[in-house]
Design a protein around this ligand. Structure first.
Ligand code: SF4
Length: 265
């Protein structure tokens, strides 16, 4: 299917009928015989419904067995993603408050700076994904369920649970001021809707990765040095789990931050 207007019309027509939608969802779980489809979706006009789906390029029929075409599978996948996106809209969100600034630890990458761990309530959950466009340099990661925001050297990560981490903070005053700004920006979007900010590319340099690695050059990852590992990680030639040292208790916060950074790569 090329997506031309006539083909779109065929697909829309095919999917406008409840029986045909039922057939498509049934086939999403695997190929079925026409008999099995009839037992689930009803036998009335079954041949007609199957023909309409076939003409729309959504299914194929082969010796009494129906299966989704690649286009049909992609169509259902796209629909599901759209519905998930719809599920997380701002109307479900309530204004947030910074409830606590739990820790202010020396930043691993620069001991003159701090790493802040705070909390925002109520938790924003999947709504964070919708908020991504209001920040110029940001990315939502489905993998860790968090929105990462980059402002100069400061990386703020808001987790769906309400936890917020900020790196490279000068002092508590800066932390509180940034958290208040963040809260106001989010609450404005919740009250007035998302106003997309001009997009800028999120940038992560190998040195930024290196700063959070153990820097022991132990070679357990099969690389000559931690810096080589950082470069290969940036290039997608290795993965974070290859650095087994990061699993040691002393590197828990390094690992957490590296997971955030690698979601930007
Ligand atoms: S395993 Fe980790 S600490 Fe060891 S060289 Fe590789 S990146 Fe560095």
């Amino acid at each position: 299917m090329s997506g031309n207007p006539n083909e779109i019309k065929l697909v829309n027509n095919a999917m406008s009928n409840a029986t045909r939608r039922k057939i498509m969802n049934f086939l999403a779980n695997g190929d079925r015989t026409v008999e099995e489809i009839g037992a689930t979706a009803g036998k009335a006009m079954l041949d007609f419904h199957l023909k309409v789906l076939q003409q729309a390029g959504l299914i194929e029929l082969n010796e009494g067995t129906a299966s989704l075409t690649e286009y049909g599978r992609n169509f259902l996948k796209g629909k599901e993603e759209k519905e998930q996106g719809k599920g997380a809209d701002l109307s479900q969100a309530r204004p947030v408050e910074v409830t606590e600034v739990r820790q202010l630890l020396p930043c691993i990458a620069d001991s003159s700076k701090f790493r802040t761990i705070a909390n925002m309530a109520p938790p924003l959950g999947g709504v964070l994904k919708v908020l991504e466009p209001i920040f110029s340099r940001s990315r939502y990661s489905d993998g860790i369920g968090a929105l990462m925001i980059q402002q100069n050297e400061v990386i703020t990560t808001i987790y769906g649970t309400g936890k917020v981490t900020m790196t490279m903070i000068k002092n508590e005053e800066e932390a509180r001021s940034r958290l208040e700004n963040l809260k106001s920006t989010i609450n404005e979007a919740i009250a007035k809707g998302v106003a997309p900010a001009p997009r800028e590319k999120v940038r992560v340099e190998p040195m930024e990765i290196y700063k959070y690695l153990p820097q022991t050059n132990c070679g357990k990852c099969s690389e000559q040095s931690c810096y080589t590992f950082a470069i290969k990680l940036m290039g997608g030639e290795t993965t974070l789990d290859k650095c087994t040292s990061l699993k040691e208790p002393g590197y828990t916060t390094n690992l957490e931050h590296l997971q955030v950074l690698s979601a930007y790569i």
